[in-house]
Design a protein around this ligand. Structure first.
Ligand SMILES: Nc1ncnc2c1ncn2[C@@H]1O[C@H](COP(=O)(O)OP(=O)(O)OP(=O)(O)O)[C@@H](O)[C@H]1O
Length: 252
């Protein structure tokens, strides 16, 4: 039972002629808190979608605790929870109804679903919104109910695509604590983020993606060496940070 929480091997995906992800291999050790960073369009969402069975790779495979996500999806999907990007929820349900629907789909018993739903709504600051239609939620509330859906069945691995995006600072602090407790209890997490400070504070490991490939990966210390992670990131992705002479027409 020493399989990693997540093992990606040679995952590739093209959209038409455009290679979005190019032979990505990554191992997320059990108990690790893995950050996946990269500029817009680097391939993070496409990678996570292939890792969770939402998007079929052209080539390569994804295994969760040794179970192939595509060959053995039922077993794999009991072991992980996912917060996809651009989440499309059944928004004509209330938050509580959505959680109940998710739980019953997973064959959980109703009393467990009810109890966990109440706890999740409370802890995520959604108890007052539990009986409101998800269609009427703000972007941050939608992110939080998506996170609750990902955690309801007590998975051992969470794959979270930008979980802090659009979430207010108080809720963000709460989510951080929940995730840290999840890892302290033996869970594993991979999350994508654009916020280097968040990744540096929370994560034990980081992978930097650039143009569809992994440019660097390892523990935070291994990847950043003696530099701030943000500097390493900018160097690896070949970006430039000076405002330069561009947009001169904006200056009066
Ligand atoms: N459904 C799609 N059809 C066509 N091209 C796509 C599709 N999804 C993603 N792409 C392309 O694949 C590349 C990788 O996109 P992806 O969304 O995985 O990047 P990302 O790293 O998650 O970006 P961001 O940080 O902006 O969310 C981009 O060039 C994007 O335009």
């Amino acid at each position: 039972m020493s399989e990693p929480a997540l093992a990606l091997e040679g995952l590739s995906k093209s959209f038409g002629q455009n290679p979005a992800v190019r032979s990505v291999s990554l191992t997320v050790p059990r108990g690790s808190f893995y950050g996946l960073v990269g500029p817009n369009g680097a391939g993070k969402t496409t990678t996570l979608a292939m890792a969770t069975g939402l998007l079929r790779p052209d080539i390569g495979r994804a295994q969760v605790f040794g179970h192939d996500v595509w060959a053995d999806p039922v077993t794999a999907k009991t072991l992980f929870g996912v917060l996809p990007d651009g989440l499309t929820l059944i928004d004509r349900l209330t938050g509580r109804e959505l959680l109940t629907f998710q739980g019953l789909l997973r064959s959980m018993d109703k009393s467990t679903v009810d109890q966990r739903s109440t706890e999740l709504l409370n802890v995520l600051g959604l108890s007052d919104a539990g009986d409101k239609l998800v269609a009427d939620y703000s972007a941050g509330m939608t992110k939080k109910i998506g996170l609750a859906c990902a955690m309801l069945h007590a998975p051992r691995l969470l794959l979270l695509d930008e979980p802090f995006e659009a979430v207010d600072p108080v809720s963000s602090a709460t989510i951080r604590k929940i995730l840290q407790r999840f890892v302290a209890g033996g869970g594993s997490i991979i999350l994508s983020s654009h916020v280097m400070a968040t990744v540096e504070q929370l994560c034990s490991h980081v992978a930097v993606m650039s143009e569809g490939a992994i440019a660097a990966s390892g523990t935070i210390e291994e990847v950043r060496g003696s530099e701030p992670l943000e500097d390493v990131f900018v160097r690896l992705v070949g970006g430039h940070t000076d405002g330069g002479e561009e947009l001169s027409w904006l200056r009066s």
